[in-house]
Design a protein. Structure first.
Length: 184
């Protein structure tokens, strides 16, 4: 009888332990999803400002139509990119296009002096900072989930219940990290 109680106690402890591991994985997965949602919100804010920026700049730099078209295409690609890696790549291209636009704006004193342009520029700077914070938070949440999934013994639970590693939000093209070169 004592052995039976001991076996039941051990089985109960194992079940409780497995439930705690599972719940920890679920919580980490939810933090990762919530963090991605934060990035998505900030990227949407930036994307919503791009048409206003383009309209403001059009009147001053009509002969830069190619840059404005590239900016519009980059925005569209970023809005429709599936998955974290594709979205990161598309957002990197959009960020580079915005940077090129600001570099071109340096050559147009009237544009730089425009209150509307200055307000849009300040808003984009603020959003870029928010995006960086959201990316760091997401990557930390993804890291925590991935560590839990790859650590023993929670890896046994993760494999059993088909948990998937979270992708990091990172730039895949090293040229996206470079300062854009603008030549006239």
């Amino acid at each position: 009888m004592v052995w039976l109680l001991l076996i039941l106690a051990i089985a109960l402890i194992l079940v409780i332990w497995a439930v705690l591991l599972y719940n920890g994985l679920v919580a980490a997965r939810q933090r990762s999803k919530e963090a991605w949602s934060g990035i998505d919100v900030q990227l949407k804010r930036r994307s919503d400002l791009v048409p206003n920026l383009i309209e403001t700049v059009k009147g001053y730099v009509a002969h830069e139509a190619g840059l404005l078209d590239a900016l519009t295409r980059s925005r569209a690609q970023a809005a429709t990119a599936p998955g974290v890696a594709d979205r990161a790549r598309a957002e990197g291209q959009l960020g580079a296009a915005i940077s090129r636009l600001f570099a071109v704006a340096e050559a147009y004193p009237d544009l730089k002096a425009s209150k509307n342009f200055q307000d849009l520029h300040a808003s984009l700077d603020e959003i870029e900072e928010d995006i960086q914070h959201a990316r760091r938070y997401y990557n930390a949440a993804a890291r925590d989930l991935n560590i839990k999934m790859e650590s023993f013994p929670s890896t046994l639970i993760a494999q059993r219940f088909d948990f998937e590693n979270a992708s990091y939000f990172e730039l895949e093209d090293p040229s996206d990290r470079a300062v854009p070169q603008v030549r006239f």
